[in-house]
Design a protein around this ligand. Sequence first.
Ligand code: F6R
Length: 365
Amino acid sequence: ELGGFPHFMLKEIFEQPETVRNAMRGRLDRDAATAKFGGLNLTPQQLRAIDRFVLTACGTSWHSALVGEYMIETLARVPVEVEYASELRYRNPPLTPTTLLFALTQSGETIDTLAALREMKRKGHPTMAICNVVGSTIAREADGGIYLHAGPEIGVASTKAYTSQCVVMALLALHFGRLHHLSYEAGLRIIDDLERLPEQVEKALETNAECRRIAAKYAGCENFLYLGRLYNFPTALEGALKLKEISYIHAEGYPAAEMKHGPIALVDEHTPSVFIVPRCGVYDKVVANVEEIKARGGPVIAIVEEGDHEVAQIADDVLEIPATADFLQPIVAAIPLQLLAYHIAVLRGCDVDKPRNLAKSVTVE
Ligand code: F6R
């Protein structure tokens, strides 16, 4: 059942070239240069009238919602609000009548996410579920939805469901972009980018041995910072959550430039900073942030694009991932972050598949 892997988490990390492909299967429509879904249960007229999305979730699923916010606002230019389900269920925010709710949940059973969905439904908003578990409560109660088709996720720490959720977010951004201003050519370029993704994920898995080596170097540290900007800010949050939940090391994710406003006080020679810094519009700005950390004696582990020599010169350790379109970087960059957390946890003797105090689905409030 483990297929030769020592843990479900590692097995599931290595399934990602396939699960990422499964999330797109049958959903890319080259003729119309868009993404299509079987189960939204809304007409194109109804979908076009949507002027706002609320994405709600907990934990790792909340991070994929944040990635979705960046994708949808950039590619579809529709305003997106990301809300913790535990807050949304009691917060009563003012919403336009044409707001569409998406609940993102691997298990489909998370009680706060279910309650937030019910509350939005009660108010008359259309609700959609983005779920992995087929026939789960949230999948059944939503008006429509999209399945991840990632297969069972056994490890408590979510890995393949996260990257699949990000893929579905990209498909939604494409779909809604094409309902509005996005051109046929731009739609086709996005499809090309998506089709290259499984191979890039496969390539990113080749960092495994290097992740293990770096893990051994830092496994004794008690604090980590994870830093990235734009699409890689949610990636930083997710990297930090993976580390803390399975290795019990304190880790915080921040938008890289925010470190000046507090977290930089934590930096010393025992506090590594993991930078997610593939090439992007703010690359030079992030490099400057790396230099600021180095100037204060903090070790830097950098996730960079293949062939990047600039960061490699200043960082202590480097993990190379293949180049990809910026909106897909969170998916490719998640791989070495998952592997790094995994190896650190194993080296510390932690039970990676069943971390203390955590459950696979949180069905109590
Ligand atoms: C983190 C993790 C949790 C879940 C969260 C939501 O690795 O597994 O943070 O992401 O409990 O669970 P779902 O997605 O099932 O609603």
